[in-house]
Write a protein that binds this ligand. Sequence first.
Ligand SMILES: C[S@@+](CC[C@H](N)C(=O)[O-])C[C@H]1O[C@@H](n2cnc3c(N)ncnc32)[C@H](O)[C@@H]1O
Length: 229
Amino acid sequence: MRDNVDKETVARAYARWAPVYDLVFGAVFERGRQAATQAAERIGGRILEVGVGTGISLPDYSRANRICGVDISEPMLLKAKERVAEFNLSNVEGLCVMDAEQLAFQDESFDVVVAQYVITTVPNPEAALDEFARVLKPGGEIVLVSRVGAEAGLRRALEKWFAPVAQKLGWRTEFSWQRYAGWADGTVGIRLAERRAMPPFGHFALIRFAKHDGSSAKQAHPPVIRTAV
Ligand SMILES: C[S@@+](CC[C@H](N)C(=O)[O-])C[C@H]1O[C@@H](n2cnc3c(N)ncnc32)[C@H](O)[C@@H]1O
């Protein structure tokens, strides 16, 4: 499903955000990032972080794991490269400009695919999720921290009203849970493993999708759902 987000606008928006991104979005998204890196670490191995941005979470991964980071914005990646040098992160295999919807990796290349605050910024989120599932090894997990739009009420009205401004800033405010759940339901070999509300105000969620390793049925593991922070 496509809507009014386009890659050039997003890339331009993040080129502007790059110098101040950590200052503005460092602390506010910290708990979500920590939850995502912890979830990724539980599996470990070779980890792809899509929309790695300024690389703000790179120092949080154990040095035992190998990390690849990709992003559509070169200015954001330059910040990430500075961070890798500053913290001497020898476990970061590479950082490169790449579109989440067209990953240049072979099938089943990674144990975990992480995307924090990214899915609602790409033009076709389901296409990006398909790519995440493709490059993921069986038994691996997709770990997202992402906005979940309100279904009704005042927040829904405010999100709708703010949507055109948000698009210029590089993200969507409206994005229903049904988009995530619908993608998992319609994707062979993928099941929802967890949905956990994240601050600020529970407007975001940690979402884990597991890729079938051939040993368990889709229904065998009910997802862990927590919709309040
Ligand atoms: C809100 S920032 C999140 C950055 C980082 N993950 C964090 O936790 O702070 C969204 C990031 O996704 C990147 N991005 C947006 N669209 C993308 C796409 N189609 N492919 C790859 N990266 C994309 C942006 O350039 C930006 O760095």
